[in-house]
Design a protein around this ligand. Structure first.
Ligand SMILES: [Zn+2]
Length: 280
């Protein structure tokens, strides 16, 4: 089994920030490490991590930043803004000019800000509120971007093509309709269901750990951060397309996008599943 780029970023990020905060090595060595990983990270990954490091380096005292993004955390950093706890996500890709199209979203969840850095100078441009578009169908809800993991692609003979698709959809917080925005394909980006099934097939103890909830949480978080960085700054959730059995005696059930990760900023406003068709 190989690594998809989401896992690579997650691993390198951890190494770079551990190095930064290690008194024996420190910021200069961390920056050198980042340059060394440049090819491995790819362009988007390199720029993303460089922006995170620049924000932390220059503003850790202003905002009391601590590095987040591992188990149980989803934002890049946690810190303090105007004497209140706050989470920060860092981006360089957001088109600042289009910001007016989005309304600030003040959900019930934790306070959440986007730190926008200039993609050439890596200087902080602005700290922004999270914002989303209004739903055109109901006019009451916000459209929350979500990535849906699809099961393994197969050709017409049922043979595996060793890839999975991922669907970017906007989900309305009010009427729960979904609108497809884009489709991507990656190798090694399995669904949670496939991870659990693979773990059950393999008896080796180390391999079996692949299906545990901690491993799945890490998997979903890595995918979330990867898609947010590469494809949509406002991404808030990871879902999985699958069949839910409602009647165990008959096997009757329904197809749905089941949420496997929700950003806490919108968790109360997103349903746990969106019913959909068997083919997406
Ligand atoms: Zn709606």
């Amino acid at each position: 089994m190989g690594n998809h780029p989401a896992e690579t970023y997650h691993r390198i990020r951890r190494i770079v920030f551990c190095t930064y905060n290690d008194p024996k090595r420190g910021p200069a060595v961390a920056k050198k490490f980042l340059e060394g990983y440049r090819n491995k990270l790819g362009h988007e990954g390199y720029v993303g991590l460089k922006a995170e490091l620049a924000f932390y380096d220059r503003h850790k005292d202003d905002y009391g930043l601590t590095v987040a993004g591992d188990m149980g955390e989803h934002a890049d950093f946690s810190g303090v803004l105007d004497h209140r706890a706050c989470r920060f996500d860092v981006t360089t890709t957001l088109a600042f000019k289009t910001w007016d199209e989005f309304e600030p979203f003040l959900g019930q969840g934790v306070r959440y800000k986007i730190a926008l850095l200039n993609h050439n100078t890596f200087e902080l441009t602005e700290v922004l509120d999270l914002g989303f578009k209004r739903c055109a169908d109901c006019a009451d809800g916000f459209l929350i971007p979500c990535v849906t993991l699809m099961s393994e692609n197969r050709n017409s003979h049922g043979e595996s093509s060793w890839s999975n698709d991922q669907l970017l959809v906007d989900i309305c917080t009010c009427c729960h309709t979904y609108v497809e925005q884009a489709r991507h394909t990656h190798h090694w980006m399995f669904t949670n269901q496939e991870m659990v099934e693979a773990a059950m097939d393999i008896e080796d103890a180390e391999q079996t750990s692949r299906g545990t909830s901690d491993v799945l949480d890490q998997h979903n978080l890595a995918i979330y951060k990867y898609f947010r960085r590469e494809f949509n700054d406002r991404l808030m959730a990871v879902a999985e397309h699958g069949y839910s059995v409602d009647e165990p005696s008959t096997g009757g059930g329904h197809w749905a996008m089941q949420m496997v990760f929700k950003n806490k900023a919108v968790a109360d406003n997103l349903p746990n599943e969106i019913k959909c068709t068997s083919e997406l």
